[in-house]
Design a protein around this ligand. Structure first.
Ligand SMILES: Nc1nc2c(ncn2[C@@H]2O[C@H](COP(=O)(O)OP(=O)(O)OP(=O)(O)O)[C@@H](O)[C@H]2O)c(=O)[nH]1
Ligand SMILES: [Mg+2]
Ligand SMILES: [Zn+2]
Length: 380
């Protein structure tokens, strides 16, 4: 039964249908059309588990089995969350198991401007294919749902999306090895707020904070009204509090390589056994132990994306004129700038610069702003 494009097939819930491979490869649209058509018509009188197979006679090599399921009464079947990307494959969790999925080209092409068509945290709709009856091996992502939040960074002229659909960003830094970089924390905060998420500044390795400087730095962010946290994955301090912050929500944990992101998650849930790096003897820096972002479901009732560490100079894909609004302490002063389009960099009678002099704005925060505003690689 060679299928003509557009011709209706008696697709039913759980029915496996042999479709023409060549057709299927060359023209993805018709397959999508008829499965959707079947769903819209609500044809689902066959039990999912005992789905029947309609085999084409002969010429089997050019056919493959597509399992058509109606998801109207069981959304988990076709809806899933991307837990990790492996090259062109996405691992999609449908709540019951993880499917290795390819991404239909049209989905990739439509999102070409975003560079990453499918990313960790994405809610997707996918279809399940089987290489032979009863052997459902992989899926095809047909649709990526709108993202309610994204954490993005820029690298040169490229925009990278780190994770989607998370509520908060655990901006992790460490008291030593590596030392905290205020500029990086500030950039993370900007990227977090711009991506419609809530920042939490976490100072890990507090056991190494011998002079109290890191605790003081954290205080600065607490005074700005951000949630802050001191932790030690080694001593176990602050880990319960971190768990409390993660519970009941979805987060992404970010920060330089070696600050202890994976270590913290391992301490919250010892069975997790995420690979943890060794600090290199010579540089005292981490060496990118975590290589790909991964969405983890913690037993405490939390979703968290563990991410690879990134370097300091490539974060925040935010339009220049919007940066000021993500520096919360600037916002209330800005109405007093003389020029309505004041950029707070070179203008006279600038209330922000004045605020720095009056001690209302920390000089480091102002420096971070100016750097973000003037860096050439941001002007793309
Ligand atoms: N002293 C001390 N060392 C820690 C602490 N947390 C982690 N470490 C050490 O820091 C090193 C790096 O830890 P990881 O958990 O791999 O760091 P990461 O942030 O996940 O690094 P990437 O995956 O490369 O981004 C390891 O040697 C940990 O043992 C801490 O609280 N105190
Ligand atoms: Mg790691
Ligand atoms: Zn100004």
């Amino acid at each position: 039964m060679a299928r003509k494009p557009g011709k209706k097939l008696p697709a039913k819930k759980g029915t496996r249908v042999r479709v023409d491979l060549r057709h299927n490869r060359n023209k993805p649209a018709p397959q999508k059309d008829w499965t959707r058509e079947a769903r819209e018509q609500g044809i689902d009188d066959v039990d999912t588990e005992s789905g029947e197979t309609v085999s084409a006679k002969g010429d089997l090599s050019r056919k493959r089995t597509v399992v058509v399921r109606n998801d109207a009464d069981d959304p988990a079947r076709f809806n899933g969350t991307v837990v990790t990307m492996r090259g062109l494959f996405a691992d999609v969790d449908d709540g019951e198991r993880v499917w290795s999925c390819t991404v239909r080209r049209i989905v990739r092409s439509r999102r070409i401007a975003e560079r990453h068509a499918v990313i960790v945290g994405d809610k997707v709709r996918f279809e399940i294919v089987a290489d032979e009856p009863g052997r459902e091996t992989e899926g095809v992502i047909e649709e990526v749902m709108p993202r309610r939040s994204v954490l993005e960074r820029v690298s040169g002229r490229r925009r990278h999306t780190i994770a989607a659909n998370v509520d908060q960003v655990i901006i992790t830094t460490s008291a030593a090895h590596p030392r905290p970089k205020t500029h990086l924390i500030d950039r993370y905060i900007v990227a977090t707020l711009a991506g419609r998420m809530v920042p939490v500044v976490c100072m890990n390795k507090i056991d190494l904070d011998t002079d109290g400087r890191s605790a003081a730095l954290l205080e600065r962010y607490a005074n700005l009204g951000y949630r802050t946290l001191q932790t030690s994955a080694v001593a176990g301090s602050g880990v319960d509090q971190l768990g409390d912050m993660l519970r009941g929500t979805s987060s992404v944990i970010t920060g330089q390589s070696g600050v202890g992101k994976s270590s913290l998650l391992n301490t919250i849930q010892p069975g997790l056994q995420l690979p943890v790096g060794r600090i290199s003897e010579e540089t005292l820096h981490g060496r990118h132990t975590t290589t790909t972002a991964r969405l983890i479901k913690l037993e405490i009732g939390a979703y968290v994306v563990d991410t690879p560490g990134i370097r300091s100079f490539d974060l925040a894909a935010v339009p220049l004129h919007e940066i000021e609004m993500y520096f919360d302490e600037f916002v209330e002063l800005i109405p007093d700038c003389k020029f309505p389009d004041c950029t707070h960099v070179h203008e006279a009678k600038c209330a922000v610069k004045d605020g720095v002099e009056r001690g209302l704005i920390h000089p480091d925060r102002y420096k971070s702003y100016v750097r973000l505003f003037t860096e050439p690689d941001r002007r793309s």
